[in-house]
Design a protein around this ligand. Structure first.
Ligand code: GLC
Length: 441
């Protein structure tokens, strides 16, 4: 057996999450949830949302502002009740221009500049002669003391914009709207994207109890039957990307050491779209350094941090041609790595598959942890609403989550299904706005 095959076997052993590990990780996750709920030291922040399930009678037309870190989206959404909605207008703009003209997520930008840019996007949709209640999906950990107020705890997903510290996000938005003369846009609610996914799915199907994002970032929210704050059901944002009782490898440590916030978001760094390409790149570099991959001209480009993203891992896994020509064309055409050998290409494909399967299984283990918390006797059906590019587009990802959950719940009366909740983060902001207005009246 070649040295490369031996190394790939070792990698397979290191990176495969076995069924017996799934239950152990789920149990640790459940315990850290309990610790967080009890106010003890816990990697899970268990952030209150001040919302519970929608009644499904929410109606009206609302603006939804969806700020996730890569794009800002604005949706004008009409809610018709009973799970029916209609997106009347939508725009999406990148927060960082590909040609380098602007970048609102770097440490060279201030929060005011970022919010001015956001307000300008909203201006392209609203007309002066109407009022627009707005819901804001702000997909970062925030400390909330009410449905329409919150301060950033810290950035995640490598965002570095300055000037957020301690400032109320809704107030910053209102000030930026005023600078654009948009006093007819009226923020009513601020929510996390996981809460948005959960609200949207529950608006359609009341059996939904968990909402999750598997995209650039990773996080999950669920309906806590007994919120410590209100002793009533409330949606809690776990900020599960910060879960840390996990089977780390040296490659994960390398990624973490060179990240914006070492030590933070360990689960997110193992599973989410922003990072999984980077883990594959780090492993490939290690194989090159050990002379296990052939020294193709141009391979030095692989030393560029964050060269690979989730879409590249899709491409690596989708190539079913015998000679892996699609991978070869991509290596040559996009990365200028010429004369790669078939062994190199097979190795890259194998590593991508291992990292994606590890991601799906770890995510499924956390869902299982939540199910064990809300359904200790494992006797009910659970629908998990998921939005995000990994779940939607990565080959085999959704199936891996489902298979892992099915295996873990086999022999119990409980069942878990997962459903894609496209645009859930944005629509959820409209639903939260309707709830906020109903609460006031
Ligand atoms: C990051 C954020 C979290 C968000 C997730 C998905 O983990 O901290 O709030 O829900 O990304 O966008």
């Amino acid at each position: 057996m070649s040295n490369l095959s031996t190394e790939l076997q070792a990698l397979t052993l290191q990176l495969t999450i076995l069924p017996e590990q799934i239950n152990k990780i789920a149990d640790k996750f459940r315990q850290t949830m309990l610790d967080g709920l009890a106010g003890k030291d816990s990697p899970l922040k268990m952030l209150p949302s001040y919302l519970s399930k929608p009644s499904r009678n929410e109606t009206g037309t609302f603006l939804a502002l969806d700020f996730g870190g890569t794009n800002v989206r604005v949706l004008l959404t009409e809610l018709l009740g009973q799970g029916i909605f209609n997106v009347e207008a939508r725009i999406a703009s990148r927060l960082k221009d590909a040609d380098g003209h602007y970048n609102y997520i770097s440490d060279q930008s201030t929060a005011d500049q970022l919010f001015d840019f956001i307000a300008m996007q909203i201006a392209t949709i609203v007309k002066p002669d109407a009022n627009y209640p707005l819901g804001h999906t702000f997909s970062f950990p925030i400390h909330q003391t009410g449905l329409n107020t919150g301060t950033l705890i810290h950035w995640t997903k490598e965002i570095e914009t300055t000037g957020m510290d301690g400032n109320d996000i809704t107030e910053m938005l209102i000030a930026a709207l005023a600078r654009q003369k948009l006093t007819n846009v009226l923020p009513q609610a601020i929510i996390n994207d996981t809460v948005g996914a959960l609200l949207t799915a529950a608006y359609i199907d009341q059996s939904t109890t968990i909402g999750s994002i598997c995209g650039t970032g990773h996080n999950t929210a669920y309906i806590e039957p007994l919120s410590p704050l209100t002793k009533a059901p409330m949606i809690i944002n776990l900020e599960s990307g910060n879960f840390d009782q996990l089977p780390f490898t040296n490659y994960d440590s390398q990624l973490d050491a060179n990240s914006e916030r070492p030590g933070a978001q360990p689960l997110e760094k193992m599973v989410s779209g922003h990072y999984i390409g980077e883990i594959v790149r780090i492993i490939a570099c290690n194989l090159f350094d050990a002379s296990l991959l052939s020294t193709s001209p141009g391979r030095n480009i692989l030393t560029t941090p964050y060269l690979l993203n989730g879409a590249h891992l899709s491409l690596l896994q989708e190539d079913d041609t015998e000679e892996l020509v699609l991978i070869s064309n991509w290596l040559e055409g996009s990365l200028h790595i010429t004369n790669s050998s078939i062994e190199d290409r097979k190795a890259l494909k194998t590593i991508a598959a291992l990292i994606c399967a590890r991601s799906a299984r770890l995510v499924a283990a956390t869902y299982l942890g939540i199910i064990k918390h809300i359904d200790p006797n494992l006797e009910h059906s659970h629908n998990i609403a998921i939005d995000g590019s990994l779940y939607e587009k990565m080959p085999g990802y959704a199936q891996d989550i489902q298979i892992t959950l099915d295996q873990a719940l086999d022999g119990t009366a409980a069942m878990a299904t997962t459903t894609l909740t496209k645009d859930g983060s944005g629509i959820g902001a409209a639903i939260a706005t309707a709830i906020a207005i109903n609460m006031k009246s």
